[in-house]
Design a protein around this ligand. Structure first.
Ligand SMILES: [Zn+2]
Ligand SMILES: [Zn+2]
Length: 347
């Protein structure tokens, strides 16, 4: 089969790869009909997350059709149309049974290297999914691939951090980062009837999309987001700040921008091992910090798909490019250069 393969840090290629088959009783094999390139694929590609085996398949956002199942798979059969989750959970540990898949004892990530399960990814014609009953979700026939695909990752991530950040009606919310996750966090934040959602970024194109969703854009290259939120709230600061970038600097901006007694939700993928933390200041100001970790997709995807079906969320607004899988290397290049917001690949 054809697949996008990790070659070495900084390099992907299109190549042939052995077709997957059922290996364990809980496995399903899915024929991928739509895949996507995710911002976190760049963490692997650019070497911030080590452990990707050279020659293995990248990617963890996909929709497809089940073509084979092992004897333990109860919820799915060949022919079913499914979206897959980027975290591969076991479904049976203490955390999974509590509905906290994000803390699964045996959390693996598709196409993400040997430290998280060494599973081949989904930017390919076929993909093997372990514990399929817990890592696939059926798709309502009324939804297109493009409307469903992000339920397995960025859309559920946005829903998850919006919920975890405890937004109340009338709150002023600031979202730091208008990438795909930031835009989904914005879409879901808006469903909580806030007074306003401010979206902070450096790129005009992304801010334009945020504005089209009903948010107030803040161009951080021109104005201080902290000052903007102070001015908007009678010098208090935002009730809730959702950090969707993943740098110590943007986390610090979140701490500076939240009001005393407010909440900072953190969903950006942080790879710095430590930072200097303003402990006394954060304590004095009574700030609640909610760390998202990798999103609890299994806990959120039904809600996310329902939100699409009801018309509350239109996930397709973030798609900037659709191309054949064969052009996937070019897709990665455009994505890396920030020429594309979201690239869809069609095997
Ligand atoms: Zn992802
Ligand atoms: Zn588990």
């Amino acid at each position: 089969m054809r697949a996008i393969l990790f070659e070495e840090v900084g390099k992907v290629r299109l190549g042939d790869y052995p077709e997957p088959s059922v290996q364990e009783p809980g496995d399903a094999v899915v024929r991928v009909t739509t895949a996507a390139i995710c911002g976190s694929d760049l963490h692997v590609l650019e070497g911030r997350l080590p452990g990707m085996r050279p020659g293995s398949v990248l990617g963890h956002e996909y929709v497809g059709e089940v073509i084979a199942t092992g004897p333990d798979v109860k919820k799915f059969s060949p022919g079913d149309r499914v979206v897959g989750s980027f975290p591969i959970v076991c479904g049976t540990c203490w955390w999974c049974k509590r509905g906290e898949g994000t803390n699964c004892d045996d959390l693996r990530i598709l196409g993400y290297g040997m430290f998280v399960g060494d599973l081949d990814g989904a930017q390919a014609e076929f993909v093997r999914i372990p514990s399929a009953d817990h890592n696939l979700h059926s798709i309502d026939p009324s939804l297109s691939d493009e409307q469903a695909i992000f339920a397995g990752d960025i859309m559920s991530t946005g829903a998850y951090i919006a919920e975890k950040s405890r937004i109340h009606p009338g709150d002023t919310v600031a979202v730091i980062g208008a990438g795909p996750v930031g835009l989904f966090a914005t879409m879901f934040a808006l469903t909580y009837q806030p007074a306003a959602v401010y979206v902070i970024d450096l790129e005009a194109d992304r801010l334009k999309i945020a504005e089209s969703l009903g948010a107030i854009p803040v161009d951080a290259s021109k104005t201080s987001p902290t000052m903007t939120l102070q001015r908007a709230t009678g010098d208090r600061g935002a009730d809730v700040v959702i950090e969707c970038v993943g740098f110590a600097k943007t986390f610090q901006t979140a701490l500076d921008t939240v009001r005393a007694g407010g909440t900072v939700g953190v969903i950006g993928v942080h790879t710095d091992l430590e930072m200097s933390f303003p402990l006394a200041e954060v304590w004095r100001r009574n700030v609640t910090i909610v760390m998202g970790g990798s999103a609890n997709v299994q806990g959120m995807w039904t809600k996310a798909l329902d939100s699409v079906k009801k018309g509350l969320i239109d996930p397709t607004v973030i798609i900037s490019h659709t191309m054949p899988l064969e052009d996937g290397v070019e897709g990665y290049e455009m994505f890396r250069k920030h020429e594309a917001l979201k690239v869809i690949l069609k095997p």
